[in-house]
Design a protein around this ligand. Structure first.
Ligand code: FMN
Length: 221
């Protein structure tokens, strides 16, 4: 798969096979991903992978919080109030995804199961947590986390793997810290679930929309 094919074929995978991802494969991805650009070459990322029993322990703990309806308490706040154009896209994504999966708008139980499934990381056998030291300027270092994170997603494709950035995977950072032995001084920016995509499940195959280029690009005159 060449560069262009990778960019056009990557999608967020929301249903994974239980097949484990070998640590050698993940390490191989990181060997290449570390060449991602960062501000001043600071490479501020720290990466902790939850796989095997640790991934399962996290999934159980997150699902329990979901069942209790515990409000998320991420290290880095998730936007709640934002301009209409972006809100419409956000709402549109949820609507399109659930429709594609055959979940009716008023089917509260099916929707709840979808969100609990998200807290089980959609069955992914591993979650890659991207952390930064709290003494780094957090908004700024998030640029660098995005840089390496997306590089990881593209490299994973070449190994036949699927990924999804999951804000939900850092909703309860204290649990992640306890299970993965991460000190308080490290802030959780985002987790990326990784695994082998389910070949037929609709949650694995869904494609999101994009705005046309003329909606976001202009050449300054
Ligand atoms: C920072 C970030 C956090 C995300 N968190 C979630 C999440 O918690 N749950 C989810 O289903 N998708 C999540 N996504 C995936 C986005 O919904 C997805 O990237 C977007 O809809 C575009 O679709 P695509 O990745 O399939 O192209 C997240 C993506 C990013 C970049």
């Amino acid at each position: 798969m060449n560069m262009e094919e990778s960019v056009l074929n990557r999608r967020s995978v929301r249903s994974f096979l239980p097949k484990p991802v070998s640590r050698d494969v993940i390490t191989g991805i990181m060997e290449k991903a570390r060449w991602a650009p960062s501000w001043g070459n600071t490479q501020p990322w720290e990466i902790v992978v939850a796989d095997g029993a640790k991934a399962r322990e996290l999934a159980v703990a997150f699902e329990n919080e979901g069942k209790k309806g515990t409000p998320p308490r991420p290290d880095i706040p998730v936007p709640t109030d934002f301009p209409e154009i972006f809100r419409n896209r956000y709402i549109g994504l949820g609507r399109d995804l659930l429709t594609y999966m055959g979940i009716e708008r008023d089917d509260k139980e099916a929707r709840k199961q979808h969100y609990l499934n998200m807290y089980r990381f959609f069955g992914a056998p591993a979650v890659i947590y991207l952390l930064i030291d709290q003494e780094m300027n957090i908004p700024y270092s998030c640029l660098d986390i995005g840089s390496i994170g997306t590089t990881i997603c593209y490299l994973a494709l070449k190994e036949g793997l699927g990924t999804i950035y999951l804000a939900a995977s850092m909703h309860f950072p204290d649990i992640v810290r306890r299970v993965l032995s991460i000190p308080e001084s490290k802030k959780l920016v985002i987790g990326i679930a990784i695994g082998y995509p389910h070949p037929t499940d609709k949650a694995s195959l869904f494609r999101s929309h994009r705005a046309p280029v003329d909606e976001f690009l202009r050449f300054a005159e």
